[in-house]
Design a protein around this ligand. Structure first.
Ligand SMILES: [Zn+2]
Ligand SMILES: [Zn+2]
Length: 312
């Protein structure tokens, strides 16, 4: 796809098309983005839609224990709260729906994605609290789901099978584990493929993956949690250049955000470094998984917003 075909058109529901004001996006909380249409295309037609369901680091925003301005403003209703980082994928013609990560905010995120119904599948990146603990809502006490497919690595699947309360979800049939092999595309039908790939991260209980999502019209990367780019044996620039959209770890903008932690102890790429590495790419890059301390939450134009939707 030539670079000019990758331009993102951003419009706000209920506002003039092509509005891109980040402040307006924050106040309305909903963006829709028609993406990756060739210049001659008028209507992407029904198909797969990828939606941003949350942009915060595992603890959300406001963040327990935090009295700094973003968190105080969110508690006081002066700015929106931010749900935990997640993407939703829906096939409009059939209504099939998938989640990328099961966050502590999963009930509200499924309300937005499916009207509160169980998804057809959930792709997990790893075993940190913001990325899988939403699975509890599929159990007997809440949804009592019937065999929702949960995709994860072998270590992720073994962790869920071997530790309560997750093991009950497996043994009672509320979830059905499907082990993904890194770098092997999984076809979901209707022209959609999902490929997991291993990324470096704090892997205490499970390993960690990102996902590449290939639709009939566009492709996306989802890497919400990763160690710094130079600690990975893959070239993030080459991976991003090969897709239309990238949702990347935007946890921190600066090592100064966490008092007492040195740069070497910040195990995430910093947003300015990622911007520099990806300058001039033809892909649309959006930061996701922002810590409550991150000044980019003030409305940096490349920070993803809950409700953004992209045609795949
Ligand atoms: Zn995380
Ligand atoms: Zn993590």
């Amino acid at each position: 796809m030539p670079p000019h075909a990758r331009r993102t058109v951003v419009s706000l529901l209920g506002a003039p098309a092509f509005a891109t004001c980040a402040a307006a996006a924050l106040s309305t909380g909903f963006l829709i983005v028609a993406h990756a249409m060739p210049p001659t295309a008028q209507d992407p037609g029904p198909g797969w839609t990828l939606t941003v369901l949350g942009i915060a680091q595992d603890g959300g925003m406001p963040h327990l224990g935090c009295q700094r301005h973003f968190c105080a403003d969110a508690r006081a209703g002066r700015r929106p709260a931010e749900r935990v980082s997640s993407l939703g994928l829906v096939h409009e013609p059939s209504g099939r729906a998938y989640l990328f990560d099961a966050t502590p905010d999963m009930p509200a995120q499924l309300d937005a994605l499916t009207g509160g119904a169980a998804p057809d599948g959930i792709f997990l990146t790893h075993g940190h609290i913001g990325h899988y603990t939403g699975l509890v809502f599929l159990g007997k006490e809440v949804l009592a789901a019937d065999g929702v497919t949960v995709y994860g690595t072998r270590r992720m699947a073994d962790f869920l099978t071997s530790n309560g309360p997750w093991s009950l979800l497996v043994s009672d049939g509320h979830i059905a584990l499907d082990v993904v092999a890194p770098d092997e595309p999984l076809a979901l039908g209707d022209g959609l493929r999902v490929t997991a790939f291993t990324v470096p991260h704090r892997d205490e209980f499970t390993d960690t993956v990102g996902y590449r999502i290939d639709g009939p019209r566009a492709s996306a990367l989802f890497i919400p949690d990763v160690d710094r780019w130079d600690r990975w044996d893959r070239d993030i620039r080459a991976l991003v250049d090969d897709v239309d959209l990238a949702f990347l770890d935007g946890t921190f903008s600066s090592a100064d955000e966490i008092a007492g932690r040195s740069f070497d102890e910040i195990r995430h790429p910093l947003i300015p470094d990622t911007r520099r590495r990806l300058a001039g790419t033809g892909a649309d890059v959006w930061f996701i998984h922002l810590n409550h301390s991150n000044p980019a939450l003030a409305g940096a134009p490349d920070v993803a917003r809950e409700g953004m939707a992209f045609g795949l």
